[in-house]
Design a protein around this ligand. Structure first.
Ligand code: GLY
Ligand code: MN
Ligand code: MN
Length: 436
């Protein structure tokens, strides 16, 4: 992402804020893993989207029409000792020169400066309820101003959540964003391919996870976009399984849900394959249902269709498939109406994807499902899960957990599957695993 991209985003936001308004966006707080050990710092997505600024202890203020600069970045001062221990800081000069701020102040001075920026303003755009400590600061700044109202100071009358404006912008990806997402998906596809090639009965799930992380990092993605799910057999039926510490058994399936984060953008891919390289008859029967459901859902990803069209297509194919193999009995339309598939397919078919793996953006406009438009990116990820306590289901289906997930960009013509580099047809998976 280059500096012009961040500047364009701020300009778009500024237009929407209007006159006599201020937007305030705090950086993500640092978090501790245990005594003296911090988690690797990851900037808040909204904050990074507008600034490209990666440091903690920073606040963005955007004030349209401010004479001395509309984009103000509060950040840490340069500090030789602190920088020797923990790395370089941009400081106020860097905030302006490297990151394009119009004006920059030390974060330690924010209590003195920010109330002044709120003076004479009608509306404050700030999203309450995400960082309670910071909420308190905002309240203090406003009450500080209010105390001076008898001296003629005008205090803001309106608080507006900023996330609505910002998240609608983030829903539509620019060409630079799509490029980053394509790279994230390509690196992740390589990782899944490698997992298929190295997998053998007797390995630990975390040994497969190590292969994924290795491929991510070698590809330039320092971190996974979320904790990788590597679940063999029954563990594949646990939707958010991340323990990843079991042994992989001959005859079981392995479900891997893993994606890299590249330049702040996520990939989110799931593949399911046999630990020993060959699907059993029962595994193959259910796998083909999920695959057909996924392909039918992807077909629905095109401008003009609504958000729920892919889900409805997947539910139909899965219900038909469950009837065909005898897990469900009855008329397909009635079974769909009664949601009879839900014990085996209990999640939705996808979500928006972007800087956050479950990305921002509304799925409904008032009461209607949102129409798909070019530039949106979503996952398509139907599944089937038959745990070993599935009463009334033939035991031959037990311990089969399958999900197939791809990352799909809505284009003018229809869609583009960003994660298409990793195979998902039964024959292709078996052929690839045979080369491992
Ligand atoms: N990896 C999280 C999800 O698929 O939604
Ligand atoms: Mn997903
Ligand atoms: Mn996933």
């Amino acid at each position: 992402m280059n500096n012009q991209e961040f500047a364009r985003r701020r300009a778009r936001l500024k237009e929407q804020l209007g006159e006599n308004a201020v937007a305030i966006i705090p950086a993500a707080p640092m978090r501790y893993r245990n005594r003296d050990v911090e988690y690797h710092y990851r900037q808040d997505s909204d904050f990074f989207y507008l600034s490209g600024f990666p440091e903690p202890e920073a606040v963005i203020v955007i004030k349209p029409g401010r004479e001395h600069g509309e984009y103000i970045l509060f950040c840490r001062e340069r500090d030789r000792d602190a920088e020797i221990w923990n790395g370089a800081r941009a400081g106020q000069e860097g905030a302006v020169e490297q990151y394009g701020a119009d004006d920059s102040f030390p974060i330690d001075d924010i209590d003195d400066i920010l109330p002044g920026l709120l003076e004479g303003v009608d509306r404050v755009f700030y999203t309450m309820g995400i960082q309670p400590d910071f909420d308190q600061h905002v309240i203090n700044w406003v009450s500080h101003l209010r105390k001076q109202s008898r001296t003629g100071v005008h205090t803001p009358g309106e608080f507006v959540a900023l996330d609505h404006l910002l998240h609608d912008m983030r829903l539509f990806k620019s060409s630079q964003e799509i490029k980053a997402m394509r790279t994230a998906a390509e690196i992740s596809a390589k990782a899944h391919t490698r997992a298929m090639q190295v997998c053998k009965p007797g390995m630990k799930e975390y040994q497969i996870e190590a292969e994924l992380l290795h491929t991510f990092m070698q590809g330039g993605a320092r971190f996974p976009a979320y904790a990788s799910i590597v679940g063999g057999g029954a563990n594949g039926c646990i939707l958010h399984y991340t323990a990843n510490d079991d042994s992989l058994k001959n005859g079981d399936l392995l479900l891997i849900d893993a994606g890299a984060e590249y330049d702040y953008y996520a990939a989110d891919i799931t593949r399911t394959f046999p630990v020993n390289g060959k699907f059993s008859k029962a595994q193959k029967a259910l796998y083909e249902i999920v695959l057909a459901a996924q392909l039918a859902a992807i077909e629905q990803v095109k401008p003009g269709n609504h958000w729920n069209d892919p889900h409805e297509a997947a539910v139909r194919v899965i219900t038909e498939g469950l009837v065909e193999v005898g897990i469900l009995k009855g008329k397909v339309s009635t079974l769909i109406e009664k949601e009879a598939y839900k014990p085996y397919y209990m999640h939705r078919t996808g979500h928006w994807l972007g800087m956050d793996v479950h990305d921002v953006g509304d799925y409904k406009i008032e009461t209607e499902w949102r129409l798909l438009e070019p530039g949106m990116v979503m996952t398509v990820e139907p599944g089937l899960y038959i745990p070993n306590d599935s009463k009334g289901v033939d035991k031959k289906w037990w311990n089969i957990g399958i999900r197939i997930e791809d990352d799909v960009l809505v284009t003018k013509e229809g869609h583009d599957i960003l994660s298409k580099d990793v195979v998902k047809q039964v024959d292709d998976i078996e052929a690839l695993m045979a080369t491992g």
